[in-house]
Ligand binder design. Structure first.
Ligand code: SAH
Length: 258
């Protein structure tokens, strides 16, 4: 029997960036509980026109679980809609554990995380050969603690491409921590606010001027900080080509092109 309860990633914001599976589930849902602080109500209403809709912004974990349990008891289908992909800062684990304890089946449907919507907005590959082959999704410590080994200044030692969630309101601290690692004031940085929304905003700069640009634009939430040399590769004319499409590089689907 397929699950009655689905955790669904809504994608970064635009209504057509949800998966087909997610849209199908929303269309057929009796109950939708969505994270109103980050998911646009219009997206929910557009895809789930017949469902009873709850905004979880003002609800406790216990209340969310109660709504799910009541729905399950009366044979209804529930979609718990999270922004982006539910596995990234989605707080779904605690909900899944509560359902495990109550013996309720559920399934998870992935979504486009905002990191990828931001890369698309920037028209930027995050992994360029010889520049960076590693992307780190992370955050500054806020009210939610971050393990000691993952403090931003320690992660910064690697010099990889960074996508920093939940931290734009602490941009000064972010820059201070990054400069303690492998990054310099000249390292390229970008801010993407509300990626894929109508009022999306992009700021490009470097660690030396990004704080000023963020303050000037008045961005203090729903934005990602992206940092790393990949952002400057195009500007600096670094011809970082992948091996995959190089004629002298044979692989399983193609011999050497002469
Ligand atoms: N699960 C979500 C992240 C939730 S945490 C995801 O996969 O994207 C909330 C943080 O995500 C925000 O503080 C912001 O850093 C980022 N975020 C969410 N949506 C965004 C968007 N459309 N544009 C830029 N950043 C976004």
């Amino acid at each position: 029997m397929s699950a009655q309860v689905h955790f669904v990633g809504a994608g970064p914001g635009a209504a057509d960036l949800i998966t087909l599976r997610g849209r199908h589930l929303l269309r057929n849902a009796d109950i939708v509980i969505f994270a109103g602080s980050l998911v646009d109500r219009k997206l929910v209403e557009c895809h789930a026109s017949t469902a009873l809709i709850y905004d979880s912004a003002g609800m406790t974990l216990g209340e969310v679980i109660e709504v799910i349990m009541d729905a399950v008891a009366s044979g209804k289908s529930v979609v718990r809609l999270h922004t982006g992909d539910p596995s990234i800062y989605g707080a779904i684990q605690e909900q899944m554990e509560a359902l495990d304890e109550l013996g309720v089946e559920y399934a998870v449907v992935p979504g486009v995380t905002s990191a990828f919507a931001a890369a698309a907005a920037l028209k930027q590959e995050l992994t360029l050969p010889e520049v960076s082959q590693t992307v780190i999704f992370t955050r500054m410590e806020g009210r939610t603690p971050v393990p000691e080994a993952e403090q931003l200044h320690k992660i910064a030692a690697l010099g990889a491409t960074l996508v920093i969630y939940l931290s734009v309101s602490m941009i000064e601290d972010v820059v201070e921590q990054l400069l303690r690692g492998a990054y310099t004031p000249e390292t390229a940085a970008a801010i993407v606010s509300k990626a894929s929304w109508e009022d999306e905003q992009i700021l490009r700069g470097c660690l030396a001027d990004i704080v000023h640009k963020v303050h000037e634009a008045g961005i203090d939430r729903q934005a990602l900080i992206i940092v790393g040399d990949v952002l400057a590769a195009r500007r600096e004319g670094l011809k970082a080509k992948s091996m995959l499409y190089d004629g002298s590089f044979a692989h399983g689907f193609r011999g050497i092109v002469t």
